[in-house]
Design a protein around this ligand. Structure first.
Ligand code: FAD
Ligand code: FES
Length: 270
């Protein structure tokens, strides 16, 4: 669908929020609302340059006709996106992918994000604090330094207890957010971790640590994976990752765009 840029603002150097409007953009083809963890493929400009679409996670659903993305200028595609101004058009496909599962019985959601990884987790925080008040969410946000700790204010405004860590100590605790997560679980696990789930998105090494912690404490971890994508709809096999085939005890390829981007961290062959 062709969507229109409503707002495209630089938060700080190289990090942007863009609001995109089109009729029905907040719903899929079947009319189901876009859910946290799903993503869109954006083709910047209506020419064939750059040829491929770029995946961006749903950051906030503003209405059925308007969604927000949080993006980092990584290369050519996102640089072109950053230059678009209100009224410009962008070709958008989505919402795509599976989103974060919230199985029955989940009561405590530990939301763990690093840097730009907060992008899809904000949508999850919106959903849990808005529509699932039966779930208590706690957020753990890490970054290299204070400007890379994104979304903490918004999480707190939603009433979500939020811990922060920076590698240089410029905000929150000095060190890695996974240490804070481990401490939190150790402090609270005597009440029982049944009904807990960890939702993670961020740099690969952080996801590995979170997955290991989740395994150590026996808590389910749903992790949003990244991979280079060409089509975004399961047609090109360009985005596969190795995942455990529990039935045969071997590993198989799964498509991040179609089978993910959210996976059970225990299944991912890290
Ligand atoms: C499901 C999904 C959701 C995503 N959501 C967001 C989001 O909400 N916000 C955001 O800022 N980014 C997100 N990304 C990453 C984003 O898609 C890439 O940064 C973007 O495609 C880079 O395009 P480019 O043309 O600007 O850079 P390129 O010139 O294509 O690449 C620049 C650098 O980024 C790396 N890169 C390219 N594509 C990806 C990718 N898919 N994943 C990781 N690294 C990549 C390249 O290896 C290269 O080092 C997501 C990726 C996936 C798969
Ligand atoms: S991007 Fe083409 S199959 Fe996933």
């Amino acid at each position: 669908m062709i969507a229109r840029i409503k707002k495209n603002e630089e938060l700080f150097s190289g990090y942007f929020l863009v609001d995109v409007e089109a009729e029905g953009i907040g719903r899929d083809k079947t009319g189901r609302s876009a859910s946290p963890g799903q993503f869109y493929m954006l083709k910047v400009g209506l020419s064939t340059d750059p040829l491929l679409r770029r995946p961006l996670s749903l950051h906030r659903k503003l209405s059925d006709d308007s969604v927000r993305f949080l993006y980092r200028q990584a290369g050519r595609g996102t640089a072109l996106l950053s230059r678009l101004i209100p009224g410009d058009e962008v070709d958008v496909l989505g919402p795509l992918g599976n989103g974060f599962p919230i199985p029955a019985g989940i009561k405590h959601a530990l939301i763990v994000g690093g840097g730009i990884g907060i992008a899809p987790l904000m949508a999850l925080a919106d959903y849990v604090s808005g529509e699932r008040k039966d779930i208590t969410a706690v957020a753990f946000i890490g970054g290299r330094s204070r400007e890379y700790v994104l979304g903490a204010e918004e999480f707190r405004e939603k009433g979500i207890e939020t811990f922060m860590a920076t590698e240089d100590g410029s905000l929150g605790t000095m060190g890695l957010i996974t240490h804070i997560l481990d401490e939190y679980i150790n402090e609270h696990k005597h009440k029982g971790t049944g009904g807990w789930a960890i939702y993670s998105c961020g740099p690969h090494p952080m996801l590995i640590s979170v997955a290991a912690l989740a395994k150590k404490h026996g808590i389910k971890n749903y992790t949003s994976m990244e991979s280079n994508m060409a089509c975004g709809i399961g047609a090109c096999m360009g985005c596969v990752i190795s995942v455990l085939d529990r039935e045969h005890g071997s590993s198989i390829y799964k498509k991040v765009c179609d089978d993910g981007p959210v996976f059970d961290a225990e299944d991912v062959v890290w």
